[in-house]
Design a protein around this ligand. Structure first.
Ligand SMILES: Nc1nc2c(ncn2[C@@H]2O[C@H](COP(=O)(O)OP(=O)(O)O[C@H]3O[C@H](CO)[C@@H](O)[C@H](O)[C@@H]3O)[C@@H](O)[C@H]2O)c(=O)[nH]1
Length: 416
């Protein structure tokens, strides 16, 4: 057993991805990919975890890898692609490293998903069908309209064999969607290799070969064919799953993970302490945060390292990143407060939640576009790093880029 793949890009995650690669952004108090790593480390016989991306490794990534390796007692490496090779091209490029040690199967996961990661269930499902396929896709049910934003899977309901796979179809195909979490056997590489060889031949034959990209996409170039050859199965999960595309979806994912901590990490959930703040619902507080006892926090709040929270502060459905200061009596709702930002006394920072429709059991979070009908779509408020909000102003549904000193109230604006 081996591996998972990760990618560092995150354009829809700006301005937060200016400071930190999206997979290291804290969700429920720990870096987004730590949730993947924790799930992998629990799988018996997991030999190694590999992160693959095209991001230039930096000190922060190296520090994270070293500390995760120590904490989870498993080898964790980062492999950098020389260019974005696509969801299939990256793993094909590093196939020798992935197959070293002769694993019989490996997991592959998109970094930008949050899930219970039912890896052991997938493994059991795989073992019951061993020899008859080269991949298992984790699937979940979406509503008809939203299914079009995902890879859609048509299955044989008796056998769970994938009959048909279409990436982001333009008309309804199926309400079972691809979660971006897979279990593959090494055989997958011969299928990717066929596409790679064909692409190479086309490049050599084509005079404008430089323009042909080296990208291989699992979803479009591989899965559709494998489905026709009856080489894929779908394992459907009933548990929570969500994409984390935008900053708004990070708040929603935080809520899902904080709720799961009741079972997996109760020690990460804050409880009311003598002389401590009032806690409502699920809240994560980093042990180094300094919080006045009259503050009221929650539900769904994550407070990072070294954060200072003054008297009478109200904080709900928000993520406060390390080093931020919230002065007395300010109110922060549905917002992300960037690293080292400061919010003045009695200020109000507020966004609009972008949660899935609570009345639809299959609704997923919409990957909202920034603008709709010529205006900024109401969304969570995001303060980039080192932003200063003066006392007694209101910032509503706005995105503030890093290092801004605001001097008045703003509403529905991107402050550049
Ligand atoms: N290493 C690497 N990773 C990549 C590359 N391109 C994309 N990725 C990573 O691969 C994952 C899929 O990314 P997208 O190509 O942006 O697709 P998507 O819109 O997220 O849709 C995918 O995920 C959905 C579930 O969240 C699926 O439903 C869908 O079928 C598809 O797999 C993300 O984690 C992304 O960062 C690349 O060139 N190299």
């Amino acid at each position: 057993m081996k591996l998972f793949r990760i990618c560092f890009s995150g354009t829809r995650f700006r301005p937060l991805s200016f400071e930190v690669p999206k997979p290291l952004f804290p969700v429920a108090g720990v870096p987004m990919v730590q949730h993947h790593i924790e799930a992998c480390a629990k799988v018996p016989d997991m030999k190694e975890i590999i992160l693959i991306g095209f991001y230039q490794p930096n000190e922060e990534l190296n520090r994270f890898l070293a500390s995760a390796q120590q904490e989870f007692k498993i080898s964790i490496r980062y492999l950098q692609e020389f260019a974005a090779l696509g969801t299939g091209g990256g793993i094909y490029h590093f196939r020798d490293q992935i197959l070293s040690g002769g694993p019989t199967a490996f997991f592959l996961m998109n970094a930008d998903v949050c899930s219970e990661f039912p890896l052991e269930d997938m493994l059991r499902f795989h073992r019951q069908r061993e020899g008859s396929h080269c991949g298992i896709i984790l699937g979940t049910t979406a509503n008809r309209k939203q299914s079009l934003n995902y890879g859609c899977i048509v299955e044989n309901q008796q056998t769970n064999e994938v009959l048909h796979f279409v990436e982001k179809p333009s008309t309804f195909i199926s309400d079972i969607i691809n979660c971006g979490i897979y279990l593959f056997t090494p055989e997958i590489f011969s299928h990717i290799g066929t596409v790679f060889q064909r692409n190479q031949e086309e490049r050599l034959q084509c005079k404008a070969w430089k323009q042909l990209s080296e990208v291989i996409r699992l979803e479009q170039d591989i899965f559709t064919k494998l489905a026709a050859q009856k080489q894929l199965y779908v394992y459907k999960t009933q548990h929570f799953w969500s994409q984390i595309k935008s900053a708004g979806s990070a708040i929603y994912a935080s809520r899902l993970y904080l709720n799961r901590y009741h079972e997996t990490h109760p020690e990460r959930l804050a409880t009311k302490q003598e002389g401590g703040p009032k806690i409502i619902g699920d809240v994560f507080i980093h042990p180094t945060a300094n919080i006045e006892p009259t503050a009221v926090l929650g539900p769904n709040v994550s407070i990072g390292k070294g954060v200072t929270i003054g008297a009478g502060v109200r904080l709900r459905e928000s993520i406060v990143l390390h080093g931020a200061t919230l002065q007395d009596h300010c109110c922060v709702l549905n917002s992300i407060v960037g690293w080292d930002s400061a919010i003045g006394k009695w200020a109000r920072v507020e966004g609009t939640p972008s949660d899935p429709n609570p009345n639809d059991p299959y609704a997923k979070i919409d990957s909202e576009t920034l603008f709709r009908d010529g205006g900024l779509t109401p969304s969570i408020t995001i303060l980039g790093c080192n932003v200063n909000i003066p006392s007694e102003v209101i910032i509503r549904n706005s995105i503030v880029l890093p290092h801004k000193d605001l001097n008045r109230s703003f509403k529905n604006q991107i402050i550049l």
